[in-house]
Ligand binder design. Structure first.
Ligand SMILES: [Zn+2]
Length: 238
C-alpha cells in the first residue's frame, strides 16, 4: 500500500485535487469537526484512493473539483450529513470547488456511495452552463410532480419504490435525484437494472444519465458500466 503522503501527491498530480483536513467555512449552514491525522491517513490510504481511481484524470479534471475535505460530525443546517458538495466558485469568487466527506467508522457501501454522490454533484455542476438546473430531466417526471413538494420525509434516506425514484432523498431536488441515480449505478448496478426492467421511468432516467455522462467524458461508455455490474452490492442507509 502506498504511503499517505504519496497517495495525496498522486491524487494532486493526476486530478489536481487537494485532500485536506480542514478549511475556513464560507457556508454558514455547514459544520464539521476536524479528524485526527491518523484517522485521515487510514481513510485515504485504505479507502478514498481506491474510490477515486475509478475516475479517469480527464473526468475529474473536467468536473473542476479542486478540494476534498475529510472530516467528522458533518452537519448541514443542523442535520447530520455524510457528504456535501460546494460548487460555488462562480457565485463566491475565491472559493474552491469542494466536497466534504464525513469519515464513518466503516468503509462500507454507505460511505462508498457518498463519495460517488458528491463527485457527481461536481460533474453535474460543470457539465454545462446551467449548473444544477436540468429542465429536460424534470420533464421526465410524472405530470404534476414537483421536487421537494411530494410529501416524502426529505431527510429520511430510505430506498424508494415510488415509480421513478431510487430513494426518498432523490425527490428533494433535481440534482439530488440525479446524484442518487449515479450513486446507485456505481454501488448497485444490478439492482438499478432490475428496477429499470419493471419501471419505465427508472429506465428512462438511467438512459438519460448515462447519455449525459457519456457526453461529459468518454470514460463513461458501456464498458465502464459493464464493469460496475459484478461489483454490485447493497446501498445502505443510516
Ligand atoms: Zn447531494
Amino acid at each position: 500500500m502506498k504511503s499517505y503522503l504519496r497517495v495525496l501527491a498522486d491524487i494532486k498530480e493526476k486530478y489536481d485535487i487537494d485532500v485536506v483536513l480542514g478549511e475556513d467555512l464560507a457556508a454558514k449552514e455547514l459544520r464539521y469537526s476536524e479528524v485526527k491525522a491518523t484517522v485521515a491517513r487510514d481513510y485515504v490510504e485504505s479507502f478514498l484512493h481506491q474510490e477515486l481511481l475509478v475516475y479517469s484524470a480527464e473526468t475529474l479534471r473536467k468536473s473542476k473539483l479542486e478540494r476534498i475535505v475529510i472530516c467528522e460530525k458533518l452537519a448541514s443546517c443542523g442535520s447530520k450529513a455524510n457528504g456535501m458538495a460546494e460548487m460555488k466558485k462562480l457565485i463566491v469568487p475565491g472559493r474552491k470547488n469542494t466536497i466534504y466527506l464525513n469519515i464513518g467508522n466503516e468503509r462500507d457501501n454507505l460511505h462508498r456511495g457518498t463519495v460517488h454522490h458528491e463527485i457527481f454533484h461536481a460533474i453535474d455542476y460543470s457539465d454545462d452552463y446551467w449548473g444544477y438546473v436540468d429542465y429536460e430531466w424534470e420533464k421526465l417526471n410524472p405530470k404534476g410532480f414537483e421536487y421537494g413538494h411530494d410529501g416524502y420525509d426529505h431527510f429520511e434516506h430510505y430506498e424508494s419504490d415510488a415509480p421513478g425514484f431510487l430513494s426518498g432523498y432523490g425527490t428533494t431536488a433535481v440534482h439530488e435525484d440525479k446524484a442518487e441515480y449515479f450513486k446507485h449505478l456505481m454501488i448497485n448496478y444490478s439492482g438499478v437494472e432490475k428496477r429499470a426492467s419493471t419501471d419505465a421511468l427508472v429506465k428512462m432516467k438511467v438512459e438519460r444519465l448515462k447519455a449525459l455522462l457519456r457526453k461529459f467524458s468518454p470514460q463513461f461508455n458501456e464498458d465502464f458500466w459493464e464493469k460496475r455490474r459484478p461489483l454490485s452490492g447493497p446501498v445502505y442507509w443510516l
